[in-house]
Design a protein around this ligand. Structure first.
Ligand SMILES: [Fe+2]
Length: 207
């Protein structure tokens, strides 16, 4: 028979392993930023979520289920925020690659051109969403039906709760760039889009 401690361990959310070394995105995103962003902020969301759901109906549920069931519920804001931030960060790490930037795979490029006119127009819209999001939040490329769209969400919010399929995201919370860029969010966003954005990951997410 399993002890309670074992059961808890099996059902707890875990901080996923980064898909690259903490220094791999340097100099666009420094190892120091990654150390805090992944090791403190992302880990904090996962740890907080585990504490918040322990002994509740949400214990043992996937992040997607917890996000879907707590979105918009005023008395579940803390659970939603930590679950959604845990999901968003895992998705953000995959949206970046040390070999990112450049051209998307053909299937994605065709869809981008159909929805935005050109890759450049899509990147400009992503940059505009990322720089104009007031305060903390996220810029996303999403699939909405047959069309691709750029959207932005505030704080922990996610396109998942709006029926949109995320393809990639850019974290524009200050903790994502302040150590490297201070207040220059636009410079951080431009460097991410040119050097790190993982179009192959976005292509894999196409439905
Ligand atoms: Fe973040």
């Amino acid at each position: 028979m399993m002890s309670n401690a074992t059961v808890h361990k099996v059902t707890a959310h875990v901080l996923p392993v980064l898909p690259y070394a903490e220094a791999a995105l340097d100099p666009v995103i420094s190892a120091r930023t990654m150390g805090f962003h992944y090791g403190k902020h992302h880990k904090g969301y996962v740890d907080n979520l585990n504490k918040l759901v322990e002994g509740t109906a949400y214990a043992g549920q996937t992040l997607e289920t917890v996000i879907g069931e707590t979105a918009g519920l005023a008395d579940k804001t803390a659970i939603f925020n930590n679950a959604s931030q845990a999901w968003n960060h895992t998705f953000f790490w995959k949206s970046l690659s040390p070999r990112g930037g450049g051209e998307p795979p053909d299937a994605l490029k065709t869809k981008i051109e159909a929805s935005f006119g050109s890759l450049d127009a899509c990147k400009k819209e992503l940059a505009a969403a990322a720089t104009t999001q007031f305060g903390s939040g996220w810029a996303w490329l999403v699939q909405d039906g047959d069309k691709l769209k750029v959207v932005k969400t505030g704080n922990a919010d996610s396109p998942l709760t709006k029926g949109q399929k995320p393809l990639l995201t850019i974290d524009v919370w200050e903790h994502a760039y302040y150590l490297d860029y201070q207040n220059r969010r636009a410079d951080y966003v431009a460097a991410v889009l040119d050097k790190l954005i993982n179009w192959s990951f976005a292509a894999e997410n196409l439905g």
